[in-house]
Design a protein around this ligand. Sequence first.
Ligand code: NAD
Length: 487
Amino acid sequence: MEAKLIQKIWFDPTLCLIEGRWKPAASGGTLPLINPSDGTEICRIARGSEPDIDAAVQAAQTALQWDWGRKTALERGRILTRLGQLVLERADDLAQLEAMDVGKPLTQARADAVALARYCEFYGGAADKVMGETIPYLDGYTVYTLREPHGVTGHIVPWNYPMQIIGRSVGAALAMGNACVLKPAEEACLTALAFAHLAQQAGLPAGALNVVPGLGSEAGAALSAHPGVNHISFTGSVATGALVQQAAGRNVVPVTLELGGKSPQLVFDDADLDAALPFLVNAGIQNAGQTCSASSRILVQRGVYDQVKSRMSEAYEQLTVGPAIQDMRVGPLISDRQKQIVSGFLDKGADLTIAAQGRIVREAPETGAYVRPTLFADVSPDHVLARDEIFGPVQVLIPFDTEEQALTIANSTEYGLVASIWTRDGARQMRLAKALHSGQVFINNYGAGGGVELPFGGVGKSGHGREKGFEALYGFSQLKTVAAYHG
Ligand code: NAD
């Protein structure tokens, strides 16, 4: 089965893309890429480092001076739209690569490929619709603003949703006319490489997109510190995000940080539980909980607490965990290292009550990075499992009595990425939507299907800056004010 998957790598995965040419890392070094479903090595990838990043940044600068920099917004949009079509045509192949590389169940991997296509379509269509404004000013002046690209944009992408994160950051940056240097995660970079091949097929000029796989401490650090980079988009951990921001700060370069969360769902006594239940569970176990916007805290009002607990427990007992190719609800974690992190958290919950757990299927190889999805009940908001980002299929149920109490608990972590409110009370919906510390708030749903149109980003330790939607186009551009005096 896995041998068949390896045939799906229709390109040489050991190369970097720099100035339109595929080449090995300057050092000649490579790194192993591991399949988390069984722990086997899939292939080697380039171990890019400073000289490769330097060449990639120079290639991007050259592209901005020549072919790519001279394209009109309409031409950029057409290339992105074509790229979206190619991604859609290859969605099954991309899904197979992602399943093998990330351990993502096939259906979820395919949804990511379709989302990548949708980002290309959305930003392709939006490229020529970003406009400045005219500003009424003193007599004798005409004042207007121009939206211009930053120049070279660096994109440091994690392993959990490579396709979606590339779509929302590289797609928007290219639409605005930036030239990109993409550093995918060392654990998962096959779809980044595949995407770059498709971009070439779509007619993206040399140097507009450069891809340098490698370790974070080598290629990633070199990209965030490079003085030729004009903007950085980073998605990943708080600790690494802070390092990236420090390095970029030395060059006085703007940074967008998307750093995860501890996102709550607030379930009130008057909620439509039939509607809520699938979201309560799915938002915690999708992609094995390795989702920045995962909902790991379920706050439930006392009147329905027992009912929610028993219905979520039933759902957990139905959850099966197995190899990505078998397309169960839950796949493996990305790596043994991540399994150790999540198991460490489960150990820290030894003093808690486990309401229910999912089941690892017998066919799951022992060498895979599997953990049992776990629902903890009656958890105090102060417990470490209710405060820290776990990044695994683990949720905690926290009971509350009043709306005020729910709000205090919801806002009590250092994160603020996503929150949702389940209630039929319209006034409460409005009050809480305003009061929750969160970049996105959903009312009687969670995630709204993930729409590419919806601006996304956090407050507090969840980061700053917004990606997705039109807002990303503003983030990947800078505003110039022109004031003409004509008397
Ligand atoms: P990480 O933040 O270290 O890695 C994310 C990206 O940053 C990767 O491409 C990596 O190569 C790069 N990177 C690493 N060190 C770097 C450096 N010094 N300079 C520049 N780039 C660097 O995350 P991780 O180690 O893969 O995972 C650790 C934890 O981070 C997880 O357990 C999870 O809690 C969190 N995480 C969050 C997200 C998210 O979407 N918010 C994604 C991945 C991981």
